[in-house]
Design a protein around this ligand. Structure first.
Ligand code: HEM
Length: 411
């Protein structure tokens, strides 16, 4: 009985705040720990070597956790890339590669630059802004235009409103293991289904209206795929919140660490990339990676049974003093030098067959956005700490304002 109470208390703590829960387990010192969380057996992994084994070397023995991914079907479609496994996933990943052709990347860069201009030119010196709000608006706009070719600003806003509400509701479902199946007509479930239908119909309407699918868009990559609409939904979902959150974290970190805002440095792409990587290290948007065991086997000494769940504590690994010197400090320099060791330890985009397909684009987008922003403004904050919440991804709490100071020394 006592054991059962402990299992459910674990579950309550995990749902309440997965990051604090995992921090607590990690502080006990074990790099792999088997424990019950509610009714399920979980293996918590806090060591990069074992994470690599699960995601990369023996990836055939594990798959993405169906229970979690099923809950975001209204947002990603049932057949979008993120929902696929095995052969289907391989084929879709190959098709998606055309978003990285030279022509496609140069189109995407143009779109991102233009949208930066439009969003940042409205902001003024001495204004206080919420970095999460600004980055969400900008990155969603980029995603709609890059992936779907939606240029009409009004239509962007219409889709954006539907998408963002659906995103919040699905995020809540994803974190709640007791959420009721969608076929049970609760008020929330009905809202989710209605929004999902609306999002699909808006994308379908847009596809019908488009005469030419721009190269680099998802419409172009998957034009002959029966699941085109689902892929569009998937890329909107996967390609916006992670990038927006990580950029908001970058601005908050810079506001706290003004010494990194030197204008000469900001003109250097490698420098910007190291700033961005260091914010991904401190605040990885995908703070956990979850897998389900496919067949009985061993992870190190630990026996695994089919159906067990693995949680890789990515934030704990990337924040660990055992792997990164002065792990709690913002030290972009660690990414300025070529270091094979760090490359092995740093995997905010996952690894292996289901790793992030947008990593390259995320880096390009981040560099353009940070450069355009920091060329115009220096940022500062009075807040001593950065507050964040783990939802579908880790994001800074909204309402943490930073103060802008217009630069006078920029031509
Ligand atoms: C900072 C930005 C980003 C981060 C940290 C990030 C992180 C991740 C991670 C960790 C995964 C793998 C999840 C797992 O193994 O269970 C993933 C998958 C994915 N990401 Fe990203 N991502 C980012 C940006 C993007 C962008 C810009 C795109 C769009 C091009 C994108 C598209 C995808 C897709 C489609 C998948 C699913 C791949 C599959 O299931 O085969 N991501 N992302």
């Amino acid at each position: 009985m006592q054991q059962m109470i402990r299992n459910y208390s674990n579950l309550r703590s995990f749902i309440g705040n997965p990051v604090s829960f995992l921090d607590g387990v990690y502080s006990e010192g074990e790099k792999i720990k088997k424990m019950r969380i509610g009714p399920g057996e979980f293996i918590l992994i806090f060591c990069p070597e074992k994470a690599r084994e699960v995601l990369l070397d023996k990836s055939g023995s594990y798959r993405q956790n169906r229970n979690i991914f099923k809950k975001i079907i209204p947002l990603t479609g049932a057949n979008g890339l993120v929902q696929q496994n095995g052969y289907k996933s391989k084929i879709s990943r190959l098709s998606a590669r055309s978003i990285f052709s030279n022509k496609a990347i140069s189109r995407s860069k143009g779109i991102i630059e233009k949208n930066c201009d439009s969003v940042f030119s409205k902001m003024k010196s001495n204004q206080f802004v919420d970095p999460l709000k600004i980055m969400t608006e900008l990155v969603l706009r980029n995603a709609l235009e890059v992936f779907l070719g939606v240029e009409d600003r009004e239509f962007q806003k219409e889709i954006g409103i539907v998408f963002l509400e659906l995103h919040i509701l699905c995020g809540q479902r994803m974190l709640n293991p007791f959420s009721l199946p969608l076929k049970i007509p609760t008020k929330k479930n009905m809202r989710i289904l209605a929004l999902s239908k609306l999002l699909k119909s808006k994308i379908q309407k847009h596809i019908k209206r488009q005469r030419i699918f721009p190269e680099g868009s998802i419409l172009f990559s998957f034009k002959d795929d029966e699941h085109l609409v689902d892929h569009c939904m998937t890329f909107l979902f996967a390609g916006h919140e992670t990038t927006a959150s990580s950029l908001a974290f970058s601005l908050l970190l810079l506001a706290k660490n003004n010494q990194y805002q030197n204008i000469e440095s900001i003109r250097n792409d490698d420098y910007l990339l190291s700033l961005y990587k260091e914010s991904l290290r401190l605040y990885p948007p995908a703070y956990i990676l979850v897998r389900e065991v496919q067949c009985d086997n061993y992870l190190g000494e630990i026996p695994l049974k089919k159906g067990d769940h693995l949680i890789i504590g990515l934030k704990q690994i990337l924040n660990s003093q055992s792997y990164f010197q002065s792990a709690g400090c913002f030290k972009p320099k660690r990414f300025m030098v070529k270091d094979r060791e760090i490359d092995k330890l740093f995997f905010p985009f996952g690894l292996g067959a289901k790793s992030c397909i947008g990593e390259h684009l995320a880096y390009i987008e981040a560099k353009i956005i940070l450069k355009n922003f920091l060329k115009r403004f220096e940022v500062s904050t009075q807040d001593p700490e950065i507050k964040f919440s783990p939802m579908v991804t880790l994001h800074p709490d909204s309402g943490q304002m930073i103060k802008l100071k217009g630069r006078t020394d920029v031509r």
